[in-house]
Design a protein around this ligand. Structure first.
Ligand SMILES: NC(=O)c1ccc[n+]([C@@H]2O[C@H](COP(=O)([O-])OP(=O)(O)OC[C@H]3O[C@@H](n4cnc5c(N)ncnc54)[C@H](O)[C@@H]3O)[C@@H](O)[C@H]2O)c1
Ligand SMILES: [Zn+2]
Ligand SMILES: [Zn+2]
Length: 361
């Protein structure tokens, strides 16, 4: 059977998001059909719309979602109809060289549903990050479903499906932030503020939020920033050094992903410190740095895909912390909107009005 539901589509480069009828097939082997409850609006959806990820239009947007499994393929045992799940874009294969060496969080062969969702005329859709959850139903690989506590607010925990997990993991997993560390985070949108929360959770004692938008800096304080720097007004490298005894931070996280913010991160870190790039650059961006500085300053320059998370390990653990009141996922949900308000949510992303708009389906 094919399910006809509404989905949020971008047909061509920078075309407005339109609500269209899409066709979602029943799950085949290894697949799960999920009724979506909530889906956050992530900057990566906007990157898709702008053609900054690839040209495989039309896109079915949305990928930070909570849902309920409604059907599974014949061989699926990991989830069952009725399970509350958070969707992930790291369904690990168990067989690639990363998985074999016991590092499935780097799986080089993650998978999505084999069948395609389509428009009514049969045009195949590209689901954002292999998920496509701005729709009443979506089809994913069963491994993209992480079973979670059904009592937790879907809007809040669904954000672990992308941006919040990316930020938390950039600090905790990739940056390996530890007790007593100093951490600076450049860019305090959903991802950056999550990195701030992650740094605080991991025991960092100096957590510096950097943004060009004072509203974002205010919110960063609520989630664990001990200091804020408005980089539209002052040199962030100097400011971070001043706040860290003149040395720079142990870990600097670039949650913007532009050459200028990366350079700030590079020079605002202490000798032997760590830079984590979690913001996603666009294809035309290039970076120029004196190679002698790369060598001379030591330490490590890392990038963080999805916060180096392992959904099956990290989502339930973080939801436990949330339910115990130790991780404020509610603070990321600025507003709850309808599926017809995604364009407005993109606007608000630019104006700095929200941390996350969450679509309720
Ligand atoms: N690595 C991953 O796995 C992963 C996952 C999700 C999102 N992302 C990426 O993370 C980035 C941030 O996502 P988001 O959802 O938080 O976006 P967002 O738009 O909510 O936040 C971006 C923030 O950066 C600030 N900013 C912009 N330019 C700046 C500058 N020059 N200096 C300082 N601050 C600046 C903005 O004011 C805003 O607060 C995006 O590039 C997104 O694609 C990466
Ligand atoms: Zn693998
Ligand atoms: Zn995302």
């Amino acid at each position: 059977m094919v399910h006809k539901v509404k989905g949020a589509i971008v047909r061509s480069n920078n075309a407005p998001v339109t609500l269209e009828t899409i066709l979602v097939p029943d799950p085949g082997p290894g697949e799960a059909l999920v009724d979506i409850l909530t889906c956050g609006v992530c900057h990566t959806d906007l990157h898709y719309k702008q053609g900054a990820i690839n040209d495989d239009f039309p896109f079915l947007l949305g990928h930070e979602a909570t849902g309920v499994v409604s059907a599974v393929g014949p061989d699926v045992t990991s989830v069952a109809p009725g399970d509350r799940v958070v969707l992930n874009w790291r369904a690990v294969c168990g067989e690639c060289r990363a998985c074999r060496r016991g590092e499935p969080q780097y799986c080089f062969n993650t998978h999505n549903a084999a069948q395609k969702m389509t428009l009514e005329d049969g045009t195949e859709l590209t689901a954002a990050l292999g998920i496509g959850a701005f729709a009443e139903k979506t089809l994913v690989a069963a491994g993209q479903c992480t079973k979670v506590d059904p009592e937790a607010d879907p809007a809040a925990v669904g954000l672990l499906g992308c941006g919040v997990m990316a930020g938390l993991g950039a600090a905790i997993n990739t940056g390996n932030v530890g007790r007593g560390d100093s951490v600076a985070v450049i860019g305090c949108g959903g991802v950056g503020v999550a990195a701030i929360a992650g740094a605080a959770l991991a025991g960092a004692t100096t957590v510096i939020a950097v943004d060009i938008d004072p509203n974002k800096l205010e919110r960063a304080k609520d989630l664990g920033a001990t200091h804020t720097v408005d980089s539209s007004a002052v040199d962030p490298v100097e400011a971070i050094r001043e706040l860290t005894g003149g040395f720079g931070a142990d870990v600097v996280i670039d949650a913007v992903g532009r050459p200028e913010t990366y350079k700030q991160a590079f020079y605002a870190r202490d000798l032997a410190g760590t830079v984590v790039l979690v913001g996603v650059p666009s294809p035309e961006m290039t970076l120029e740095l004196p190679l002698l500085d790369v060598f001379g300053r030591g330490g490590s320059l890392k990038s963080s895909w999805y916060g180096d998370c392992l959904p099956s390990r990290d989502f339930p653990m973080l939801i436990d912390l949330y339910r115990q009141g130790r991780l404020d996922l509610d603070a990321f949900v600025t507003e709850r909107i309808g599926i017809d308000q995604i364009e407005e949510a993109f606007e608000k992303m630019h104006s700095g009005a929200v941390l996350r708009s969450v679509v309720e389906l």
